[in-house]
Design a protein around this ligand. Structure first.
Ligand SMILES: NC(=O)c1ccc[n+]([C@@H]2O[C@H](COP(=O)([O-])OP(=O)(O)OC[C@H]3O[C@@H](n4cnc5c(N)ncnc54)[C@H](O)[C@@H]3O)[C@@H](O)[C@H]2O)c1
Length: 271
């Protein structure tokens, strides 16, 4: 018996990195998945976002685990496309019990684009808001409760990352996600829909290992020094975050709502 047997999870940013990891971890525990990703380049990004092939790989790996999957290319900034994908996914796989609003960008780079602030806010904050506005009414109407996890960051709890437009946008967007989480947790509690946020420190994904990110951190040693954790770890594996997400969305977390869960080796608690 899996920990989320027979549940349906809608996951944004699922083509690779943490989103793919969450999809596979939940599928291992019995969930069917509606996977969504933009799968297109972003002009202000100095690294490649996921490709359609990445999304197809996620879907293939879910099927290999014996679970059902429907995968869609859509941008979380585009609420019409997002709604169309969500409704098509529900039509194919079934109504959702679990939502993981994980899609995001980190646009800080040595030569960051002027648009980096706005694109970061649009994707990391408005994209999460769009996701909530689309999923919540159907979850309420269904009356079966549910669990929603919003992906923030340790940068959603602390004023780290320095003065660049993209970094300020990242910190502001990830703090904004906490505001959304806290409000929706209150609004949705009477419907037995739980809402929490996860706050990972550095996770080894293409976002972190991109050459543009490495160059940014090398050029800003005071910022990279802030990545160190009290526990003797370098970076997290995506699965470390997925296991925390799994706890929150499973019945083990059935009375946990409105919380900010750091997965950070003690980073947030450090001065
Ligand atoms: N990697 C880290 O160190 C780290 C640490 C803390 C929090 N986070 C957060 O974790 C989440 C997942 O990031 P990751 O580390 O897996 O990076 P990633 O770049 O590997 O994955 C992000 C995914 O989101 C997708 N995406 C980006 N913009 C989108 C949009 N507008 N619409 C739909 N999909 C879009 C990308 O194509 C990609 O597949 C992000 O919200 C990120 O901010 C990452």
């Amino acid at each position: 018996m899996g920990r989320v047997d027979g549940k349906v999870a809608f996951i944004t940013g699922a083509a690779r990195g943490q989103g793919r990891s969450h999809a596979l971890r939940l599928a291992e525990e019995g969930a069917d998945i509606i996977a969504l990703d933009m799968c297109r380049p972003l002009t202000s990004a100095r690294y490649n976002l996921a490709s359609p092939l990445d999304l197809a790989d996620t879907a293939r790996e879910i099927r290999a685990l014996g679970r059902r999957v429907a995968a869609f290319e859509a941008d979380v900034r585009d609420d019409c496309a997002l709604r169309k994908a969500f409704e098509a996914g529900v039509g194919e796989i079934g109504p959702v019990d679990i939502v993981i609003a994980n899609a995001g960008v980190a646009l800080f780079a040595v030569d960051e684009a002027y648009d980096a602030w706005q694109d970061t806010i649009d994707i990391n904050l408005t994209g999460v808001f769009n996701t909530m506005e689309i999923v919540v009414p159907s979850m309420i109407d269904r009356g079966a409760g549910g669990s929603i996890v919003l992906t923030s960051s340790t940068a959603g709890l602390r004023g780290v990352l320095g003065p660049s437009r993209a970094a300020l946008g990242y910190v502001a967007s990830k703090h904004g996600v906490v505001g959304l989480m806290r409000s929706y947790a209150n609004i949705l509690a009477p419907h037995s829909i739980r809402v929490n946020s996860v706050h990972p420190s550095a996770v080894k994904t293409p976002m972190l290992t991109a050459a543009s990110m490495t160059a940014f951190l090398e050029a800003n040693p005071q910022i990279s020094a802030g990545f160190t954790t009290p526990m003797p770890i370098d970076v997290l594996d995506s699965r470390d975050v997925s296991n925390a997400v799994l706890y929150l969305v499973s019945d083990e977390g059935r009375y946990v709502t409105g919380t900010t869960l750091p997965i950070d080796g003690g980073r947030t608690n450090k001065n």
